[in-house]
Design a protein around this ligand. Structure first.
Ligand code: UDX
Length: 445
């Protein structure tokens, strides 16, 4: 009999994981405590923009025309406990308000609610990003609150927003922290298809599994801040960071990815994960090992202020006062509607606070941006945002922006001045159309 799977928490991670498990052929029951989410997902709709996810839900959600019926959603813990052989806990772990540490309250309450309803042969699998040591503590919660026999495993998730479905169905590695052969065997059964297709399956203990996730995100953040530090030096020395990145990226030990200099990283993961990692290392007495992450964080935050400075400088005397600033991009990266800790929106906000008249346009992030920053101006298209602008800031590298016609925009802008905060536009194309094009860490030309 095929395993029955439940997914607790249906945010980015959980909704994608539930749909992917159904795609792999399992019967899946998803649980959330927010009724609106259950309603939406049961109708095959996703509360966020994620390419391919709605299609997958339509293919599998019970009751939708032509679906396999393998996936359904509930708010009932008892039903989940009765149903599942393997339970994936996918609740989020945001940064605590005003602190570096991560807020474990959603994970804790998921374990507390689930434990008494579990069957004695159940395997609970943590997927949330947690401070190292959490699994050991949650194992004790299960030992005291769940029936005897229930086991725990830790299986961090590495999906990227915008590629969530692809990353879940074809992961570049699977990491499982287990304490018994049975737990490993069950997880091998769950992931049999991706493993057969070539995904490496790495078996570890609990702390290593938890650390793999935070170490991977810290490495990625460090790589971005490294190239942004090089951008600062390039600017001082009249060098070109894009050429430098290309050249060092040919070294296979370095590799070309995550070397795009610009306004830096944001989103719901990298910034909060490096901070939570530092906080946890402090509790463990290993804070010295991670002091470099403080620098990674501060280089990253400096990029946003630097973009504001470049814009002010380009506008000349008087700075932003009385100036119209068009901002292209609000999300923390393209192919997402997520504006959490978005560098683009942060730059837009700073300029607004300094007196600039900011108009933002983003292909998918408008509703979220309006919600978190209602006082900014918003336009329905890139052309409308640029109309009458003294300066255009390209802050999220959507494909739509690379395909813009600089000549057409030149007709509506007050001044042909563009600053590329993502080093992603074709400089020659803009310059040919009469624009002054400037990027970060590159010569002015
Ligand atoms: C990240 C990790 O990549 C993923 O493995 C983990 O599971 C969750 O955190 P995500 O937050 O979706 O995923 O975004 P990612 O693609 O990693 O980009 C993060 C930020 O870095 C974005 O703001 C992006 O614009 C920025 N970035 C990325 C750069 O500034 N330069 C680069 O070269 C690459």
């Amino acid at each position: 009999m095929a395993l029955k799977i439940t997914v607790i928490g249906t945010g980015y991670l959980g909704a994608t994981h539930a749909a992917a498990m159904a795609e792999l052929g399992f019967e899946v029951l998803g649980l959330d405590v927010v009724p609106e989410k259950i309603e939406m997902l049961s109708a095959g709709r996703v509360p966020m923009y994620e390419p391919g996810l709605e299609e997958l839900l339509h293919k599998h959600v019970e009751g939708l025309p032509g679906s396999t019926g393998r996936l359904r959603f509930t708010m009932d813990w008892a039903e989940v406990g009765e149903f599942g052989d393997v339970h994936f806990v996918c609740t989020n772990t945001p940064q605590k308000h005003g602190e570096y540490a991560c807020d474990m309250s959603y994970v804790n309450s998921a374990f507390a609610s689930l434990a008494p309803h579990l069957r004695s042969d159940a395997l609970v699998v943590g997927k949330s990003t947690v401070p190292v040591g959490s699994a050991a503590r949650l194992k004790e919660v299960l030992a005291t609150q769940a029936p005897e026999g229930v086991e725990l495993a830790w299986n961090p998730e590495f999906l990227r927003e915008g590629f969530a479905v692809q990353d879940t169905l074809h992961p570049d590695r699977l990491v499982v922290g287990v304490e018994s052969e049975r737990a490993e065997k069950l997880l091998r059964e769950v992931y049999a298809v991706p493993v057969a297709e070539g995904s490496p399956f790495v078996v570890t203990d609990f702390p290593t599994a938890e650390l793999v996730k935070t170490a991977a995100n810290s490495f990625l953040a460090t790589k971005i801040s490294f190239i942004n530090a090089m951008a600062e030096v390039c600017e001082a020395a009249d060098g070109d960071v894009a050429k430098l990145a290309e050249a060092i990226g040919y070294d296979e030990r370095i590799g070309p990815k995550f070397l795009r200099a610009g306004i830096g990283f944001g989103g719901g993961c990298l910034p909060k994960d490096i901070r939570a990692f530092m906080a946890r290392a402090g509790e463990l007495g290993a804070d010295q090992a991670l002091t470099f992450l403080r620098e990674v964080d501060s280089i990253n935050m400096r990029r946003r202020g630097h973009m504001v400075e470049l814009a002010r400088e380009a506008l000349g005397e008087g700075g932003f006062l009385g100036c119209r600033v068009a901002v292209l991009g609000a999300t923390f990266k393209p192919d997402s509607d997520d504006v959490r800790d978005s560098p683009a929106l942060n730059v837009a906000g700073q300029i607004h606070l300094q007196g600039g008249q900011v108009t933002v346009y983003d292909p998918k992030g408008m509703a979220n941006a309006r919600r978190v920053f209602p006082t900014l101006g918003y336009a329905d298209s890139a052309v409308d945002a640029v109309r009458g602008a003294d300066v255009v800031l390209h802050l999220t590298e959507w494909r739509e922006f690379r395909e813009l016609d600089p000549a057409e925009l030149g007709e509506v802008a007050a001044r042909r001045l563009i600053l590329d905060g993502r080093n992603a536009l074709d400089a020659a194309k803009w310059r040919e159309a009469g624009w002054t094009y400037r990027a970060m860490g590159r010569p002015k030309a």
